[in-house]
Design a binder for this molecule. Structure first.
Ligand code: ADP
Length: 511
């Protein structure tokens, strides 16, 4: 079995028991493995015991041969002692014969006992017994008696032939028994060899099976337990290294599922906390930036008009001027006072917008005349600019606060004048556009660099205006956007640095 197959098997095993708790999975796996390994070893033991019994059978064969040869020896003793007795008449041979006569029944009995399980051999043993018995009783004993009376009769050729015939029959039977036992022995040896080979194969197979089962169990443990735990450890290291987006697949046994779920919940809450902290940090940074912007704007924007007011008023107090000069100085003081007042108004507007205290009137009116009037007022103060105002024939009717909407428009006009210091055309278009009233103010001024455009409606943001020497607070557009959006409208712009800007706002057409 290739390692990949074993792995796949392990994976299948572990996925089949996914819903089980880890403890049960390991217990069931260990129990199943023990049973299988025990079965494999039982198989091996069975094969070994077969081997032992075939060895026993071989030993039995040897016993049968030994007992048969012992019987043959006793028969030989019977024959030779009788023959020598008849030839010599020596009582020594007669007593040998008697000894052999006593020995053959137990020798035959031993053979009979050993071959009792083999019917053919048992019959042979019985035949041997009958032949030996008849040799002793029908030949040996009668001729011994005859010898005592007539030794020549006992030694006669007929008598000798009769003895030899009977002994030959017994020997034939003994040879047959030995041959059959030989056949049996070689058959048993062959089967013992086969069984031994089988036992070895079964033993090896059982050991290989046990080893494979252990391997499968190890893969199962590795896949079901070690791998998920390693995954969690790797995930924890990634989180510790700062990668809070780390998530683990929520799968595996019940305990591992719980572990990965808890891990993911922890990572989620850490990530959420980090994001909140980052947002708070950004807010803090932004309000810090705004604070310093506010300080520098207030100090810069308030100082200039205040210096003018203080300078000219102390001049008027200290010296006598003719009426014309005094009036000019008073007009400067008044203009700077106006500027201070509108600055304060802008700051108050922002404060109102942020606290949601800005109140908007709801009047139905035509924006057209307002566009004309406001352009005339501002145009009077901007000698270098030519105003081109077009509002069409149809009334630009909107529902809202005329003063606040005039404030938005005036802010766009004032910016158009302020940010085109070289003068040029300021084009105002009021028209109906896709069911809305669209007002557009275009100038031929300095324009806005693309990198600053996204923040142009942010409070206090002034792009490069301060560095370029333009007065202002960076609040006008922020307040304008709030007013337009509070009327259900939109405000936007397009700008090309060095070529000019085009600001617009749209309000729902009132019917
Ligand atoms: P302020 O004009 O007081 O600085 P605003 O909120 O009206 O504040 O404008 C924000 C910034 O947008 C300005 O500082 C300026 O950089 C830019 N800006 C506004 N209008 C124009 C314009 N017509 N042309 C060029 N830049 C403009």
């Amino acid at each position: 079995m290739s390692p990949r197959v074993v792995q796949r098997l392990g994976r299948r095993l572990s996925s089949a028991s996914l819903s089980l708790p880890l403890l049960s999975r390991v217990l069931i796996g260990s129990f199943g493995l023990s049973v299988l390994v025990a079965a494999a070893f039982a198989l091996a033991l069975l094969a070994m015991s077969d081997l032992r019994s075939s060895t026993n059978v071989q030993a039995h064969s040897k016993d049968v041969s030994t007992a048969t040869l012992e019987l043959e020896r006793v028969v030989n003793d019977l024959e030779s002692s009788l023959r020598y007795y008849f030839i010599t008449g020596s009582p020594r041979f007669l007593s040998s014969w008697r000894e052999a006569r006593r020995s053959w029944p137990p020798a035959l009995e031993a053979v009979e006992r050993l071959v009792a399980s083999q019917p053919a051999q048992a019959a042979q043993a019985r035949q041997l017994g009958a032949l030996t018995h008849s040799y002793v009783t029908e030949y040996g004993l009668p001729f011994i008696d005859i010898y005592k009376v007539s030794p020549d009769t006992a030694r006669s050729a007929d008598a000798t032939r009769e003895g030899a015939r009977r002994i030959s029959q017994i020997r034939q039977e003994l040879t047959a028994l030995l041959a059959s036992e030989d056949n049996l022995a070689s058959a048993r040896a062959a089967s013992a060899k086969r069984e031994a080979a089988q036992a070895v194969s079964v033993g090896i197979a059982a050991l290989v099976l046990a080893a494979l089962l252990l391997l499968v169990f190890a893969v199962f443990l590795a896949h079901g337990v070690v791998r998920p735990v390693r995954l969690v450890a790797a995930g924890a290291s990634r989180v510790a290294a700062g990668d809070l987006s780390t998530r683990l697949p929520e799968q595996g046994a019940a305990e591992l599922h719980e572990l990965t779920e808890a891990f993911n919940a922890m990572a989620r809450s850490l990530e959420h906390g980090k994001r909140e902290l980052e947002a708070q940090n950004e807010q803090l940074r932004q309000s810090e930036r705004m604070k310093s912007e506010l300080v520098s704007i207030v100090s810069h924007e308030l100082r200039t008009p205040l210096a003018g007011i203080l300078g000219y008023s102390s001049l008027l107090l200290k010296r006598e001027f003719d009426e014309e000069d005094a009036r000019r100085y008073l007009e400067v003081i008044n203009a700077q006072g106006q500027r201070l007042s509108s600055l304060v108004e802008e700051f108050l507007d922002v404060e109102r917008v942020e606290s949601g205290r800005i109140e908007l009137k709801e009047e139905l009116f035509d924006l057209g005349p307002l566009l004309q009037d406001e352009a005339r007022v501002i145009g009077a103060e901007a000698p270098k600019h030519r105003f081109d105002v077009s509002v069409g024939d149809r009334p630009l009717r909107v529902l809202g606060d005329p003063d606040r909407l005039a404030q938005v428009y005036a802010n766009l006009l004032a910016n158009a004048v302020k940010y085109s210091p070289e003068g040029g055309v300021i084009e105002v278009r009021g028209a109906l556009h896709n069911g809305a009233v669209r007002i557009q103010v275009r100038d031929e001024g300095v324009g806005i660099p693309p990198e600053h455009q996204p923040r142009i409606f942010t409070k206090f943001f002034r792009a490069e205006a301060r560095e370029s020497g333009f007065a202002g607070t960076g609040l006008g557009l922020a307040v304008s956007r709030y007013i337009v959006e509070a009327h259900g409208g939109r405000i936007g712009f397009s700008s090309t640095p060095g070529a000019g800007s085009s600001f617009w706002f749209e309000l729902p057409l009132a019917v």
